[in-house]
Design a protein around this ligand. Structure first.
Ligand SMILES: C[S@@+](CC[C@H](N)C(=O)[O-])C[C@H]1O[C@@H](n2cnc3c(N)ncnc32)[C@H](O)[C@@H]1O
Length: 254
């Protein structure tokens, strides 16, 4: 699996679910991810360096708005335009007061957004089929001092220090969960100068982290060839000792 639309598992932002209940559960997981790790994600914005505050910010594949909210909080004077192709996400984003734009990023960067100073693409670029076209469009649309920030989950979230969770994560990785390309050559090809950073986001245990863990860990029961389901179930049946950690890979492209 690379950046196809066929991911089924393994990403707090993914899960192509059928049915309203599963859909709601998927959105809840997205929100829990934001609640648990979202504040630390602000560290990504610290990597963008000292330049004038952006005025036109674009969140590509905005989803439930984790990045859009972060960007609005950090740059209150900016207009944040949230772009997505999923009408349910767009409704949720509009409800939060964002300017929303329905667009299929496979068709390139929306022409209406020319003149952006900051383009943010978190856990979305790997969904796009026509990445060179999109990146060329972003580069052409950015102001001369503009910056593109691409963020991916560098690893599956970790909730406990239990060895069985490590083994489950390793099995899921081996099964292709959470795969994303190294975007550096793609960005260089599109004419950007690129810095890559790896961020470790450690957060304190909380009720939201526990809810996230309890929603997330059962997914490992579906990893092909992973036969430690009973041990994962034992973990879930007990008191979880949480040590939540997420790893993000960040490409800052100018
Ligand atoms: C995994 S979610 C990430 C959401 C958000 N950026 C975050 O970090 O929580 C990916 C989002 O990209 C959107 N997306 C995927 N392919 C797209 C495309 N071709 N055009 C526009 N949006 C797309 C999906 O609808 C989804 O909301």
């Amino acid at each position: 699996m690379s950046h196809g639309h066929s991911h089924q598992h393994g990403h707090p932002h993914e899960g192509r679910d059928d049915g309203a209940d599963e859909d709601a559960a998927h959105r809840r997981v997205l929100d829990l991810d934001a609640e648990v790790f979202g504040a630390q994600l602000g560290a990504v914005l610290d990597l963008l360096g000292p330049s004038a505050p952006p005025r036109h910010v674009v969140d590509l594949g905005a989803g439930t708005g984790t990045g859009s909210r972060l960007l609005r909080d950090r740059f209150p004077a900016a207009t944040v335009t949230a772009v997505d192709s999923d009408p349910r996400m767009l409704r949720a984003l509009a409800g939060q007061g964002f300017v929303v734009l329905a667009a299929d990023l496979d068709e390139g960067f929306p022409a209406a957004l020319h003149g952006a100073d900051l383009v943010w693409a978190a856990s979305s670029l790997h969904h796009v089929r026509e990445v060179p076209r999109l990146l060329a469009g972003v580069r052409a649309a950015l102001t001369p001092d503009g910056v593109l920030a691409v963020v991916e989950l560098e690893d599956l979230p970790r909730f406990t220090a239990e060895p069985v969770e490590d083994r489950a994560r390793a099995a899921a990785r081996a099964a292709g969960w959470n795969h994303h390309p190294d975007w550096t050559p793609h960005l260089v090809q599109a004419g950007f100068t690129v810095e890559r950073h790896d961020l470790v986001l450690d957060v304190a245990p909380s009720a939201a982290a526990e809810e996230f863990a309890r929603a997330w860990l059962p997914r490992y029961l579906t990893v092909p060839g992973f036969d430690e389901g009973p041990a994962v179930q034992t973990l879930l049946d007990g008191d979880l000792v949480l040590e939540p950690r997420a790893l993000r890979a960040v490409w800052v492209a100018r």
